[in-house]
Write a protein that binds this ligand. Structure first.
Ligand code: ZN
Length: 217
């Protein structure tokens, strides 16, 4: 348990969420906030999910090659168990990749008086809200929406365009697989997705029909 009497500004806990599309500088903003606290010798622990091993295994590394020490964790309860008594600030990068338990962990930590700095993608490649992010945005004391620049028109980009074909929500590999796009230049065909869903449902019905036939025999 941290000594809460040493807390001043954040004695009641504080949740900051930095979100936006790819190439918008979310991690840089997280690093900036962490560095500022470290200069004041405030104890910070930085976590990131192991799913994202794009660069170094130990570091949160942003695209601009600015980096900071981070602890890779498999799941959200791992974060809870690794918090040290002296830690006042908990930073979590790529928070969208965590399971929904992350909400409980973050709530418990803020209730215990920690300042939380979470960075993550707000929308997935279909421009649908990503995992626990909508809940975290609702719970946040402070929200920072960061933007990228559209690769087509140079306008403000709020979407991550996937430029390789895949239907997986998680496709790690930043530079090659995505481009930042504005609303006008973001392309995602809902009809294609509905068509694929229909085929899946038809396949499942066909399978269960076969199953029923087998049962009858
Ligand atoms: Zn554009």
């Amino acid at each position: 348990m941290p000594n809460l009497s040493n807390f001043h500004n954040f004695s009641t806990g504080h949740l900051e969420v930095i979100s936006g599309p790819m190439f918008s500088g979310k991690t840089e903003e997280l690093i900036r906030r962490v560095r500022r606290a470290q200069i004041a010798r405030v104890k910070v622990q930085v976590f990131r999910p192991t799913i994202d091993n794009r660069y170094d295994d130990r570091d949160v590394v942003s695209h601009s090659a600015q980096s900071i020490e981070a602890i890779p964790v498999k799941n959200s309860s791992d974060i809870w168990h690794r918090i040290k008594d002296s830690t006042r600030i908990v930073a979590i990068d790529e928070v969208q990749f965590f399971d929904n338990e992350i909400i409980k962990v973050i709530t418990k930590l803020t209730n215990r008086g920690h300042r939380l700095i979470c960075a993550g993608l707000d929308l997935d490649y279909r421009a649908k809200p990503f995992g626990p992010i909508p809940t975290l945005l609702a719970m946040a004391d402070e929200i920072v929406k960061v933007h990228a620049i559209c690769t087509i028109c140079g306008g403000i980009a709020t979407r991550s365009q996937r430029v390789v074909k895949s239907n997986d929500q998680v496709l790690v590999g930043a530079m090659e697989a995505y481009e930042a796009r504005c609303r006008a230049h973001f392309e995602y065909n809902e009809a294609d997705e509905e068509e694929e869903e229909k085929i899946k449902v038809e396949n499942v019905s066909a399978m269960s029909a076969i199953g029923n036939n087998l049962n009858l025999n």
